[in-house]
Ligand binder design. Structure first.
Ligand SMILES: NC(=O)c1ccc[n+]([C@@H]2O[C@H](COP(=O)([O-])OP(=O)(O)OC[C@H]3O[C@@H](n4cnc5c(N)ncnc54)[C@H](OP(=O)(O)O)[C@@H]3O)[C@@H](O)[C@H]2O)c1
Length: 220
């Protein structure tokens, strides 16, 4: 069992992943800029979690301080300032980023052009002593918070430069999909994984579905 802090844990994605991690037996701390909002979000989830897992809430800094693993689930806007402000607490930890820098206009969703980088690499640059791993970009918050026991039809693509940290996150994905996450390569692949979510959102709108990613050809 790990203690997992979720920065931005009051939003739909943080709550959804927090619910799944707690359901899988982990001690989850939903983080927020406000103690009150964090506790409120945790109370909302706690009733649904049975077994060894737990959900509590705390201000972001306090949540990170006691965590073994940290998930960044905040919007791209404000992400750099937030991660920079938490750098002392994040240092030395495995930090998962599911942040998708997306824009929306009349033409629909699109991946923001960050130049030759990604939100995950920016986080790594801001906290060089952390192990940043990109994952969970393509799981929808609605599916995560839903009643389905396992999202067996989906894959979690995981990217990172540290084999051990990446392995830990690939294993964590098993709680959600029933199978290990897929090692997609180096952290720089987050440049492709993050904006890919714009394509899924576009498919969802056009086809009135909740699409996801499943990889074929791995011989599983
Ligand atoms: N929603 C999805 O289905 C989905 C799917 C895949 C990936 N993602 C990614 O996951 C991340 C979170 O998504 P979301 O939909 O849950 O986002 P959200 O609701 O917009 O934001 C999540 C939380 O982040 C905190 N926050 C907002 N602005 C902030 C700022 N400027 N500085 C610090 N904290 C701030 C807020 O918590 P407090 O006010 O309580 O601090 C908010 O509740 C995004 O990067 C998104 O691209 C989302």
């Amino acid at each position: 069992m790990s203690t997992i802090a979720i920065i931005g844990g009051t939003g739909p994605q943080g709550k959804g992943l927090g619910y799944r991690f707690a359901k899988g037996g982990h001690a989850v701390i939903l983080g927020s800029r406000s103690d009150e909002r964090a506790v409120e979000a945790a109370t909302e989830l706690a009733d649904r979690v049975t077994g060894a897992g737990s959900v509590n809430g705390a201000e972001n800094t306090k949540a990170v301080e006691v965590a073994d693993l940290v998930l960044l689930a905040v919007p791209h806007k404000g992400h750099d300032e937030l991660v920079g402000s938490l750098a002392p607490q994040l240092s030395g930890k495995v930090v998962i980023s599911c942040v998708n820098p997306l824009g929306f206009d009349k033409g629909g969703p699109f991946g923001l052009d960050l130049g030759p980088t990604s939100a995950a690499e920016i986080a790594q640059g801001l906290v060089p002593d952390a192990v940043v791993v990109g994952a969970f970009h393509h799981l929808s918050a609605v599916s995560l918070i839903g009643e389905e026991d396992l999202l067996e039809h989906e894959d979690v693509l995981v990217c990172g430069d540290d084999a051990e940290g990446k392995g830990q996150v690939m294993e964590l994905a098993r709680i959600i999909t029933g199978k290990d996450g897929i090692d997609a390569g180096a952290l720089r692949l987050a440049r492709q994984l993050e904006p890919l979510t714009a394509v899924l959102i576009s498919i969802n709108k056009r086809h009135k579905v909740r699409s996801g990613i499943a990889v074929v050809g791995l011989g599983r």
